[in-house]
Ligand binder design. Structure first.
Ligand code: SF4
Length: 386
């Protein structure tokens, strides 16, 4: 195994099936220098695999660097508060991943002196660690001979073996695993797993695979038998994401904004946001903003001032949020079991916030121009997993 950030030693590929030998020979010369490959430790491998499960490599790299800079070890992660961990994860989406990393780090400190287990079946006992992450960490960091197939790996194998059924199904996934186990030497499994993911990320992309540069092209059945190997995996066209329209009210009092903390579990759990929610049928955005404010905080506002429309895309739906500003609301805050805080601009930036809320801040900080139409955050929304 090539731990510790050193490039892998060139192994002999004798004993490998000739079909996998080409890939194992290709990988050392083509592996990209990625932050989790530098100074590799089991902890960094674990964090990177958690992050990469729902985030593409190019997007994940800066989040990974920020996270491990702040929490370089299991011990430092376990010692942090959940809010600090969520803040370090801010923008990466799928926040349950960060909460699970934090919980798992606490468990590892209490039960194993901060050491990760080396076997995939033990790793699977940790919060947030499923079969893929367990196999990836066990094979990459500890050399266990288990197959780790992420969506990239499954796509490459489906094309390589001309698998026409959905490679996400358990039945097909097991078939692909057996194909690998029958061909890859046990001591090269981690390297093979990583090489396969690399091939899927760089050449065997979802669309327009670059077969001309592919090390397994001469064996690839999709390449040999289909006019366009990119047709595999065959899948149904994704359905358009539903649009949710909501209203959000930023209440300002003496230069401080009122924020509510979301419940610790579920969608965007533990993050802070302005009061707001979905429009009800037939309701105007302003009426919804006023109603949500009353329901969530007990405050009654005068006229709401439209500020902007914020658009954002989550993994399964899109939102268009009408953002209003209100000053001097009447009443005392009663947040119905949720924590609330009045925060100034500097503190606002220290709290973990959903991406949609982050998009609102520049609009709220802009000087007001009376009578001007409220702007739209644009038609190229950011995307967040929830
Ligand atoms: S030959 Fe083309 S389709 Fe086949 S594995 Fe390589 S890049 Fe993918």
């Amino acid at each position: 195994m090539h731990r510790g950030g050193r490039p892998p030693r060139p192994h002999s590929t004798r004993g490998s099936d000739r079909r996998v030998r080409a890939l194992l020979d290709w990988f050392p010369a083509h592996r990209r220098s990625l932050p989790w490959r530098r100074g590799r430790t089991p902890y960094r491998t674990w964090v990177s695999e958690v992050l990469l499960q729902q985030t593409r490599v190019a997007q994940a790299a800066p989040y990974f660097e920020r996270f491990v800079r702040q929490f370089p070890t299991v011990r430092s992660l376990a010692a942090a508060s959940e809010q600090e961990v969520l803040k370090a994860w801010e923008g990466a989406g799928y926040y349950a991943r960060a909460r699970n990393l934090h919980r798992a780090a606490g468990l590892l400190m209490r039960e194993r002196g901060g050491r990760l287990p080396e076997r995939s079946d033990e790793l699977r006992q940790l919060p947030g660690v499923g079969p893929y992450i367990a196999a990836a960490v066990a094979s990459l960091a500890f050399g266990e001979p288990v197959v780790a197939l992420d969506s990239n790996g499954r796509r490459v194998l489906a094309r390589w073996t001309l698998e026409r059924s959905d490679p996400r199904s358990l039945r097909v996934s097991h078939r692909l695993e057996r194909w690998v186990l029958g061909r890859v030497p046990r001591e090269r499994m981690g390297e093979f797993n990583e090489a396969l993911m690399e091939l899927g990320e760089t050449l065997c992309r979802p669309r327009h695979p670059d077969c001309g540069r592919c090390p397994v092209a001469s064996d690839c059945r999709a390449r040999q038998e289909l006019p366009d190997p990119g047709e595999i995996p065959f899948s149904r066209r994704p359905r358009a994401k539903p649009l949710v329209i909501g209203a959000v009210t930023a209440i300002e009092r003496r230069g401080r904004w009122l924020l509510l903390r979301r419940p610790s579990t579920g969608l965007l759990g533990g993050l802070w946001e302005f009061p707001g929610g979905k429009l009800e049928p037939g309701e105007t955005p302003e009426a919804a903003g006023r109603r949500e404010l009353r329901e969530e905080t007990g405050l009654t506002a005068g006229p709401l001032e439209p500020v902007a429309t914020i658009r954002h895309e989550y993994s399964h739906f899109r939102v268009a949020l009408h953002l209003f500003r209100a000053r001097s609301p009447r009443g005392t805050v009663r947040a119905r079991g949720r924590r609330h805080r009045w925060v100034g601009s500097r503190e606002l930036r220290r709290l973990p916030l959903p991406r949609a809320t982050l998009k609102m801040i520049p609009f709220l900080e802009r000087p007001r121009v009376p009578g001007r139409a409220s702007p739209d955050s644009g038609s190229r929304p950011g995307r967040t997993g929830v």
